[in-house]
Ligand binder design. Structure first.
Ligand SMILES: CC(C)(COP(=O)(O)OP(=O)(O)OC[C@H]1O[C@@H](n2cnc3c(N)ncnc32)[C@H](O)[C@@H]1OP(=O)(O)O)[C@@H](O)C(=O)NCCC(=O)NCCS
Length: 193
């Protein structure tokens, strides 16, 4: 049974995950306005800040719902991206994770660190299954899923629509029982050192 807690602050070794505010527009537009970054997360990039602002204001309004999960990722005091949980299925206590960050921060393990924190957050809140999927042309995202402890489930044909095109997606998941097992293994390792 899920105990919805909404978007609360999360701290990790290097990151601070927090709610977006109106002051974040310039940073938010860096990824939502960039074709290269947005092509795997949006229909099309925003062409101006006004468009981005409408979505940002909707996000901020949505924080009133306790089942709304959307964080800005702050690294070294800069807002560099987002991570979120959506597509909730209450019948099976299931949620989907999504993410994206500014290009100059790619390949430093930042998204994996954020996703691991979300996995802890959602299982602690009572979810039983967390999944994520990516376009086959975006292998770095699959790497994030694997490094976060997820297992490859398969290719979902025609399962997504990105950049205006229906496309296949590669899907991964982690169950609460996997997460508990991993935690047990790492605490055993620590106690045997
Ligand atoms: C996908 C994305 C979020 C990854 O973020 P990140 O912070 O760079 O991720 P990490 O550094 O934690 O891990 C990336 C891994 O992918 C690997 N990688 C990068 N490019 C790759 C490629 N073309 N093929 C295979 N692996 C690749 C990196 O080497 C790294 O693995 P490693 O740690 O074993 O070396 C980032 O590229 C991004 O924001 N892309 C645009 C938005 C997007 O695609 N969002 C996901 C939609 S499903």
């Amino acid at each position: 049974m899920i105990n919805h807690v909404g978007t609360r602050e999360i701290k990790t070794e290097r990151l601070f995950l927090r709610r977006f505010t109106e002051n974040d527009l310039d940073d938010y537009f860096v990824w939502t306005g960039s074709a290269e970054i947005s092509r795997f997360i949006m229909e099309k990039p925003y062409s101006n800040k006004e468009e981005a602002k409408k979505t940002l204001l909707k996000i901020i309004e949505s924080y009133q719902s306790m089942d709304y999960y959307m964080w800005g990722i702050v690294f070294e005091n800069e807002l560099i991206g987002f991570c979120c949980g959506n597509e909730i299925n209450e019948d099976i206590d299931c949620i989907c994770i999504g993410y994206g960050i500014k290009k100059q921060y790619w390949n430093r393990g930042i998204t994996t660190e954020a996703v691991k924190a979300l996995i802890d957050y959602f299982f602690t809140a009572g979810f039983n299954r967390i999944f994520a999927y990516h376009n086959p042309l975006n292998p770095a995202s699959g790497k994030v899923m694997l490094k976060s402890g997820m297992t490859f489930e398969g290719r979902i044909r025609g399962g997504s629509k990105l950049a205006g095109k229906i496309c296949d997606c590669l899907q991964y998941s982690i169950l609460k029982e996997d997460w508990l097992k991993n935690k047990e293994c790492s605490s055993n390792k620590v106690s045997h050192q």
